[in-house]
Design a protein around this ligand. Structure first.
Ligand code: NDP
Length: 452
């Protein structure tokens, strides 16, 4: 049987674009890709990239205060959201064009419309056309999910924040995960009056407990009204925004309410179940180690599979899929010891086991230190940095590294290489410190603070 294409990719985000470019550009496959929205997907258009630029933008308020403390004569003014947004929009246009250019130069045919799956080898385009392919790759990512009770109540999600025409004076953020905490810090830094409700006892569930405590303390010290054990019980439109009654009984009107209560895989209406692709309880596409679904010609990569929902993981999965299916180089993706960072202020960088995970798995030695770093201490700020190594007492391997610090994302990337290589605590210690830095503490912690 002949097909129009060797591969049809549904979704032009990080995973789909990488798979398409490698399959076509490196392995000579005839590839098509459909994207209903802007090319680049969540990471480039409404996630990591604009978020990080907002992190930078928001950090200058504290930097200006520090500059004054260091002797500079500064006269900070207000943050001009419109000026920033115009530059942000231009940058996203540039990146989107670069993504399109990359696909074009690899020879990928692009369809700017929604595509669904009609049968194991046929894709139906929104304009009525049908296209056949030997393989279909589902790379449709995820989308913000809000509790059904507030859907339609006019609450915003992370998608909407990048498109705000003006910055609100006050905002309520509901949720305690990556996105809620990052936006609480960003908006606070930009001068918005931020309240955050998290239903549990401590934000950033799943991360190292000590690290979570440090981040929460720093967020409160910056002026974020972080309430744990709190949720929005009732919301209604009111003069000046939304009237909110908290489960704790407090009432207040917020100009905007943002729900950052998780993300869900984008599989609705794709036609996957009808052709026999198995979906999990959250709607995620079930795949094996080769990213292959229950239908042999259909594969899936990235957030739509709900494995580890991070851009670099989606890119690895897309690349490995293309090498496996079109490059005669079968290789599964190694999902172990993936480092990540939460871009709060300060950042939280993590790789491997948390202290709690290590204790649950067996004996562990914990090396941990918290201190006021030189730069902000000199400026009179109370900020603290935390560095932690989780060590297996038998093998001496460093099983986990946790960092709360300015630029912890940069530090954890480097520490992750050693952890991934299986470095022991003694090998960390043999490494001579770079002085004076914050990260030198990673190689100078002599005695465990706890053993369990
Ligand atoms: P998370 O799953 O990390 O957090 C969701 C938060 O919302 C949790 O605090 C959760 O509480 C809370 N929540 C869930 N449902 C409700 C509800 N019905 N009412 C009140 N609170 C609720 O999701 P995010 O949206 O923050 O992020 C999604 C994923 O995107 C992340 O897991 C990560 O993989 C990725 N991401 C990565 C980033 C990075 O690398 N820096 C940045 C942003 C996103 P509870 O803990 O009690 O369940």
């Amino acid at each position: 049987m002949t097909f129009d294409h060797d591969l049809f990719v549904i979704g032009g985000g990080s995973g789909g674009v990488r798979a398409a470019r490698i399959a076509a550009g490196e392995h000579g496959a005839r590839v098509a890709l459909a994207e209903a929205d802007r090319m680049g997907g969540t990471c480039v258009i409404r996630g990591c990239v604009p978020k990080k630029l907002m992190v930078f933008a928001s950090s200058y308020r504290a930097a200006m205060a520090d500059a004054a403390a260091y002797g500079w004569q500064v006269q900070p003014g207000a943050f001009d959201w419109r000026a920033f947004r115009a530059k942000l929009d231009a940058e996203l246009d540039r990146l989107e064009a670069a993504y399109r250019g990359g696909l074009k130069s690899a020879g990928v045919a692009v369809f700017d419309c929604r595509a669904t799956v009609a049968d194991p080898h046929t894709v139906a385009l929104a304009d009525g056309r049908r296209v056949t392919a030997k393989h279909i790759l589902i790379a449709t990512g995820g989308r913000p999910s809000v509790p059904p009770a507030v859907a339609g109540a006019g609450v915003l999600t992370s998608d909407d924040i990048f498109r705000l025409e003006t910055l609100p004076r006050s905002v309520l953020i509901v949720g305690g995960g990556f996105i809620a905490c990052e936006f609480a810090c960003i908006l606070n830094g930009m001068g918005v009056d931020v309240t955050q409700f998290y239903r549990g006892a401590q934000i950033l569930r799943g991360f190292d407990d000590e690290a979570r405590g440090h981040v929460a303390e720093a967020m409160r010290a910056q002026g974020i009204k972080l309430l744990t054990g709190a949720d929005a019980a009732e919301l209604k439109p009111a003069e000046g925004g939304t009237w909110v009654r908290a489960t704790t009984g407090e009432v207040r009107v917020f100009e905007k309410v943002v729900y950052a209560t998780g993300r869900a895989p984008n599989t609705g209406g794709l036609g996957l179940e009808a052709i026999g692709v198995a979906l999990g309880g959250r709607g995620e596409v079930i795949v094996d180690q080769w990213s292959q679904t229950a239908v042999p010609s259909v594969y899936a990569v990235g957030d739509v599979t709900d494995r580890i929902n991070l851009t670099p993981v989606a890119i690895r999965e897309g690349h490995a899929f293309a090498d496996t299916v079109f490059g005669a180089r079968p290789r599964p993706v190694d999902h172990a010891l993936v480092a990540s960072a939460v871009f709060t202020q300060p950042e939280l960088g993590t790789v491997g086991l948390t202290e709690e995970e290590a204790r649950a798995a067996g004996p562990a030695e914990i090396y941990s230190t918290a201190f006021r770093p030189m730069q902000s201490a000199f400026a009179g700020r109370p900020d603290k940095v935390m560095m932690k190594l989780v060590v297996d007492p038998a093998s001496r391997r460093v099983l986990g590294c946790q960092i709360v610090a300015p630029n912890a994302g940069e530090m954890i990337q480097l520490a992750a290489i050693a952890v991934k290589m299986g470095a022991t605590k003694e090998e960390f210690d043999q490494t001579v410190a770079v002085h004076p830095t914050m990260a030198e503490e990673l190689v100078t912690m002599r005695k465990p603070v706890r053993t369990a």
